[in-house]
Ligand binder design. Sequence first.
Ligand code: NAI
Ligand code: MG
Length: 540
Amino acid sequence: MSGSANPQPGGPLLGGPADPEHDPSAAYVLDRGYVDRLTSRLQASSGRTFAVNSPIDGAPLAHIPASTPADVAEAYVRARRAQAAWARVPVETRAAAMLRLHDLILDRQAEIIDLIVLESGKARKHAFDEPLHIALTARYYARTAERFLGTERRGGVVPGLTRVEVNQVPKGVVGIISPWNYPFTMALCDGLPALLAGNAVVAKPDEQTMLSALLGARLLDEAGFPEDLWQVVAGPGPEIGPPLIEGADYVCFTGSTATGRVIAGQCAERLIGCSLELGGKNPLLVLRDADLERAAEGAVRASFSNAGQLCVSTERIFVADQVYDRFVERFVARTEAMTLGATLDWGNDMGTLVSQAQLDRVMAHIDDAVAHGARVLAGGRARPDLGPYYVEPTILEGVTPEMACFAHETFGPVVSLYRFHDEADAVARANEGDYGLNAAIFSHDGARARSLARHIKCGSVNINEAFAASFASLDAPMGGMRSSGLGRRQSREGILRYTEPQTVATQRLLRFAPMLGMSEEAYAKLMTANLRVMKRLGRA
Ligand code: NAI
Ligand code: MG
């Protein structure tokens, strides 16, 4: 594993006049005017600020004004006002703004990626996935929103006499709580369908990665969305989360299962809905007929994309006995050949973890596994020479249930290898535990892999791919079973979570009561006869 430690400054956001509070030892100094343009987008009146640090060197990148609960309430007042007008804007006008956002994202990708890399420390190629995913999401929903949101005719109880239509009415203001691991795409992607469906948004991005989220808000403004429609508040989750949920008509959360449970409880109190995209302990199966080069290449991306800080990344690999040694040799070789570095250029295969907390958690999992007898086949060490929170991509063998990384999500570049003898056993082991987010199967026999997939308790199963095939197929739902979540993003499900279906039924001629002096008893008989006829006619 080769490493490179030289930072490579670039992009429009670096190099201007610095924040007076800036740390002179920092590798990157953000232009002060640039930061001010972003932070002025916040609803924040506390007079307090908090630092956003770059994991590349651990030094502060910017100081972010903190919001108070009163600011959150004010954000809802503004959002509600904007939403009332927005709900009357035709869907095609909303969609046109979304397509402008698509173009802006592609045109401004260098700036977006620079900021993501500086704030998250991820490899540039993994940061690229973020504008890519937002552009895909913007185009997908711009092109499908009218179809999903249009008023739909449904069958009436009395054919020909009961006309039934279903409208999709926006919920109102959606509260979005997003994490640091994909600070740009996770701050935006769930909000785009919410806007298209006629809602406003109050967003609370993770406090560690506010700048990427604020750049997203600025790009929405530039695309022509009314500014008040997308509010951003800043601060610690336990402080800002409760007022955010208090004001919302629906909550969309991405983050840990523990926080997801807290949020679901608060939404339940208020009888509002929520969607939760939570953790995973995602399995990858290499069947005996797999193309082993392809499986090894896929396993590297599955395990180490974004340094494993990805909800759908693989943490457990089950390999058929017959091919175990040959697969492991290839997987280890590819892992050892990875280029590591926390820099702005395209050369790195993996960047750094985001924070000291992530470093502690990942090293605790590795150290615990090693202490209990697991073998390290690749990596296994922190790399302070590359960055303060750097950990090597790590492959473990001999992991047993008493080790923390057997069942608990590591959320880092650590993967465990297990052998299996028969596929039913592999599926049963893949299904152990409480999670159910994503799985992958490598096999030459697509049909057999698809039939195995039906038995895996995960919201998505990728065949001969790690996670991108399902994740980027926006016409299909994405989300978790069991403790991995509630509800789905993407596709029809991902936009209709933000609407209330409203049924409008128009009745002609017939009343639902006895007519022309008919007795209740005769009416009941007539209705009973009608039901029998309807069934005979094969009606639903
Ligand atoms: P977290 O779930 O605590 O944070 C995610 C978001 O929730 C942040 O915006 C945070 O400010 C907010 N939040 C925290 N507590 C809150 C509360 N009481 N009310 C409302 N909002 C609240 O995750 P954290 O602590 O950053 O990471 C811990 C672990 O969670 C990771 O190691 C990983 O296992 C998992 N995680 C999973 C993610 C995913 O994509 N599914 C993303 C981030 C973390
Ligand atoms: Mg937390």
